[in-house]
Design a binder for this molecule. Structure first.
Ligand code: ADP
Ligand code: MG
Length: 162
């Protein structure tokens, strides 16, 4: 299990951490973000999207549950990014209605705010990003952990065989 813990002192630093994290992502990856309202989850998603070539504005899809953005992978090929915000979800069945197979098991990259609300329905192989407020106003603690079966050596094998 790979875990990184770091602290940022401004929204800009969180964007930067997210941009660097984005370079670890591959097609099919799922990123689960947790943390209180205002923790910085959407900021983190923005940084990832920016690094992956998304040109459109990234905002929390609170009222639509899901936003899709067009980005680019490291080869310059088109890459879809799915951004979910489950804060207002009333029942987990709502994710079936919006086509969870496409965003959880397709070949884009899926970022989920309030992922903990889905419990065991979240794909087990994923990155967990936990953001919490620090002692000072603009300080945030960010923990990044890769969980589930996609261990680094398997991920490399997957890339080679595709
Ligand atoms: N270090 C930091 N990292 C991220 N956001 C920060 C930081 N310090 C202050 N903020 C502020 O916290 C808020 C985070 O908002 P947002 O990303 O929408 O949170 P969430 O999606 O978790 O509800 C923004 O207003 C941002 O300016
Ligand atoms: Mg948000």
């Amino acid at each position: 299990m790979v875990r990184t813990s770091l602290t940022t002192a401004s929204p800009g630093e969180t964007l930067q951490v997210a941009r660097e994290f984005a370079s670890r992502l591959q097609r099919g990856d799922v990123v689960a973000l947790s943390g209180e309202l205002g923790a910085g989850k959407t900021h983190f998603v923005k940084g990832v999207c920016e690094a992956l070539g998304v040109q459109s504005a990234v905002t929390s899809p609170t009222f639509v549950l899901l936003n899709r953005y067009q980005g680019r992978d490291s080869r310059g090929e088109e890459l879809l990014l799915y951004h979910l915000d489950l804060y207002r979800i009333k029942s987990v069945e709502e994710i079936y209605d919006i086509g969870y197979e496409e965003f959880f098991y397709g070949n884009g990259i899926c970022l989920v705010e309030w992922a903990e609300l889905l419990g065991a329905l979240m794909p087990p192989a994923r990155f967990d990003i936990r953001i919490s407020a620090g002692e000072e106003e603009r300080r945030r603690h960010i923990e990044i952990e890769q969980v589930g079966s996609q261990l680094p050596h398997l991920r490399t094998a997957k890339v080679r065989s595709s």
